[in-house]
Design a binder for this molecule. Structure first.
Ligand code: ASP
Length: 304
């Protein structure tokens, strides 16, 4: 593997390999478990042209725990404001001697374009490209499911919310279906494009109808920043129809696993009692995100 651009490009075996590696990275660099030197002498650049909390911080920490130097770029305060193009920005950062570029951009395909402009030895990792894919988020979601449920194949996973604009939905769909899970996408009709049926998922607009069938519910954020107007009637209506709350928890499977990629809008996609309750693995996802990013960086540009 040279780049990680999306889970659509990976086979089930490649996904499983990364998940297995990631399990071995959980806790590395914490307490008595020493850091590693898989990336000693390497430089990992984080180029985030869109906001991020978890992904950005954890890629940086993952790289440092593997012994790399890191470099952080965000457009605020940079020459992007003077009109420098995305490609020129990336090539100038590359010229400082970079081995991997972790890139988040609002344009779908931006990381793919970079692979055609950078030097052959530079690895590109997609950290979210518009509404297209967010592969490490998909991997960390699947790792969390595998840890808690001891399997992925045969599970029924509901992806709830703004499917149309969610790169997390797309990466989950590709990854989960390849590993043999049944995926149901659920959301308002305006936010669930009918084309997703072609990806092998079931489509519904009725969360209450699927609640008793789901082993896992991944509650996706409404991507207001990517929506055209008129797609979304009101937050109140959304919460009533698609919000996960105490009442819906009582009607779901008792061991249903709740995931959310974050940031969560408390009281919209999920109420605090559900988000912070025993069925929630939201913070486990964050911990696993670090391990997944270590596994990906080590696999792409490690010495091993
Ligand atoms: N943090 C995730 C992403 O960047 C999910 C979200 O923003 O809703 O796609």
């Amino acid at each position: 593997m040279k780049h990680l651009l999306g889970l659509e490009d990976l086979s089930a075996d490649e996904i499983t390999r990364i998940l297995n590696d990631a399990e071995g990275f959980v806790g590395v660099g914490v307490g008595t478990i020493p850091k590693r030197d898989d990336l000693k002498g390497k430089v990992v650049a984080n180029l985030f042209f869109e906001p991020s909390t978890r992904t950005r911080v954890s890629f940086g920490l993952a790289a440092r725990r593997l012994g790399a130097e890191t470099l952080d770029f965000s457009p605020g305060g940079s020459s992007t404001a003077k009109g420098e193009t995305f490609i020129d920005t990336a090539k100038n950062i590359e010229a400082m001697g970079v081995n991997a570029m972790v890139i988040r951009h609002s344009s779908p395909g931006a990381p793919h374009v970079l692979t055609r402009h950078l030097l052959p030895h530079v690895h590109v990792v997609n950290a979210g490209d518009g509404a297209h894919e967010h592969p490490t988020q998909g991997l960390l979601d699947i790792l969390t499911i595998r840890q808690r449920k001891r399997r992925v194949a045969g599970l029924t996973v509901g992806l709830v919310g703004d499917i149309a604009h969610s790169r997390v939905a797309r990466s989950n769909i590709h990854g989960l279906t390849k590993l043999g899970a049944k995926v149901i996408v659920c959301g308002p009709t305006t936010l669930v494009p009918s084309e997703v049926a072609g990806l092998g998922v079931e489509i519904t607009h009725d969360l209450d109808a699927i609640l008793p069938r789901c082993d896992v519910l991944n509650l996706l954020r409404i991507q207001f920043e990517r929506q055209r107007s008129g797609l979304f009637p009101s937050i109140r209506e959304y919460r009533l129809l698609f919000g996960m709350d105490g009442d819906r928890m009582r009607r779901a499977k008792p061991d249903v696993l709740l995931l959310a990629p974050g940031p969560i809008n408390r009281g919209v996609e999920i109420t605090p009692d559900a988000a912070d309750g025993p069925n929630s693995a939201i913070l486990d996802q964050v911990t696993n995100g670090l391990a997944v990013r270590m596994a990906v960086l080590s696999l792409l540009c490690g010495e091993g």
